[in-house]
Design a binder for this molecule. Structure first.
Ligand code: UGA
Length: 429
């Protein structure tokens, strides 16, 4: 007879924490979720999900009997040996990660030999060893520590939890690491069992590599524009090489989100703190900053200046299927356009509420065609399916101009041109 998997605690109910909680509950664990935000805990208890993430609401609802929400860390400690830490680690002004939320968790945990922290938050390499030193200084040397970085993507987080490419468990070979490996066992993913520092570095290096891939293809796109090549064709030809791979070769207006910009900066900073200048990452960041602005040049060239021009931004979230606006390219674009005197209308199917807090001076539209009404130019910023599938004849009829800039190379150029519009992609012929 099989026994149910052991109960766990999850500290922090953001994207990573909620998906981890829902995922392990779906695998049969009782999960004790803790968050300092009492209003959020109340909402979660009522079954309301505070973020937009496809499939998450259903997963939380289907496993509600195994999910418990509280503001008290003691509730999790009472029921679980493993406390998964999924609190925010935002950047500080120096580019280092702010670990104050992680330290608050460590401070709140009493000394115990049969409890362990499992670090899901993205932290600098070396955090595990310095936290273990803090345990020692505070008489908590019995606490276990496991680094178990998370690789899920917003927008497909539920799927990614259930089908990970790999599970990385970094520890000193004690009971806690074994217990974490057992919890992930049913997923059947390749396991990398290693030391804490290496596990921490796997996470940072993976995000930095993916960001590098994006900045690389964006620079190739920029060179394509000078040489007459088409970056979509180039990426297809490159991606078929197994050693390169087809994913993350989509050129566009740069990467955003809560992870890549922060983690690339944090790794660069981490290297710098140790006296190493990570030149490649410096370029990755700079290319990304410039890429967000390249659309402005295209608009200026076609419209002969931006003052008084009407521009519609289609999509605001940093990528489709999320309401996350952190480091979204739309923030840079809308501010830059307005600084040059353009009148900006925007539309996003999901992120409007989040965007209203961050974007000022623009007209929020309730539909794509409302945003496009009277526009001189349209810019696809986020490749939501609904925007990729727009009826281009209706778009042409709504606009007063005829320029469509495809900031994600996600549109069919022929379909756009067939409606009498001018198509401009990123690095496309
Ligand atoms: C990223 C990683 O992909 C996850 O593995 C990782 O767990 C996560 O960060 C994290 O550290 O928490 P996420 O930020 O959700 O996930 O989004 P991605 O799908 O990776 O996209 C990031 C940005 O890159 C988006 O702005 C997207 O539009 C852009 N992108 C992505 C491109 O411009 N081109 C591509 O080919 C792929």
């Amino acid at each position: 007879m099989s026994t149910s998997p052991e109960p766990i605690g999850v500290i922090g109910t953001g994207y990573v924490g909620l998906v981890t909680a829902a995922g392990f509950a779906a695998l049969g664990s009782d999960v004790w979720c803790v968050d300092i935000d009492a209003a959020k805990v109340q909402r979660l208890r009522r079954g309301e999900v505070p973020i937009y993430e496809p499939g998450l609401e259903e997963m939380l609802r289907d496993n509600a009997q195994r999910l418990h929400f509280s503001t008290e860390i003691g509730d999790a400690l009472e029921h679980a040996r493993l406390l998964f830490v999924a609190v925010g680690t935002p950047p500080t002004y120096s580019g280092d990660a702010d670990l104050s939320a992680v330290h608050a968790v460590v401070d709140a945990i009493p000394a115990a030999h049969d409890r362990a922290l499992v670090m899901k938050s993205t932290v600098p390499c070396g955090t595990g060893s310095s936290l273990q030193r803090v345990f020692g200084e505070n008489g908590k040397q019995g606490l276990g520590y496991v680094s178990c970085p998370e690789f899920l993507k917003e927008g497909s987080a539920v799927h990614d939890f259930m089908h990970p490419d790999r599970v990385v468990v970094g520890d000193d070979g004690g009971w806690a690491g074994d217990a974490v490996v057992e919890l992930y066992g049913p997923l059947g993913a390749p396991l990398v069992r290693t030391d804490v520092a290496s596990a921490e570095m796997v996470k940072l290096a993976s995000n930095a590599f993916l960001a590098t891939k994006i900045s690389f293809i964006n620079e190739i796109a920029n060179v394509c524009e000078e040489t007459g090549a088409d970056v979509v064709e180039v990426a297809r030809g490159m991606g078929l090489d197994d050693r390169i791979g087809a994913k993350f070769l989509q050129a566009g207006i740069g990467f955003g989100g809560s992870c890549f910009p922060k983690d690339v900066d944090a790794l660069k900073q981490l290297a710098g703190n140790s006296g190493y200048h990570f030149q490649l990452l410096t370029a990755v960041i700079e290319v990304n900053d410039l890429q967000k602005r390249r659309v402005i040049g295209k608009l200026q060239r076609h419209l002969g200046g931006l003052a008084g021009r009407r521009v519609a931004l289609l999509g605001l979230a940093f990528k489709p299927n999320t309401d996350d606006m952190r480091e979204a390219s739309s923030l840079v674009l809308s501010a830059r356009l307005q600084a040059d005197g353009a009148r900006v209308a925007v539309y996003d199917p999901v992120a409007e509420e989040q965007a209203r807090a961050l974007v000022s001076g623009v007209a929020f539209a309730a539909s794509p065609l409302e945003a496009l009404d009277g526009a001189d130019a349209a810019v696809l910023v986020t490749e939501w399916q609904e925007l990729v599938e727009l009826d281009w004849n209706a778009v042409a009829a709504a606009m007063s101009g005829n320029l469509v800039v495809d900031g994600r190379n996600a549109l069919d150029p022929e379909a756009v041109r067939a409606a009498g519009l001018i198509y401009e992609g990123i690095g496309r012929r």
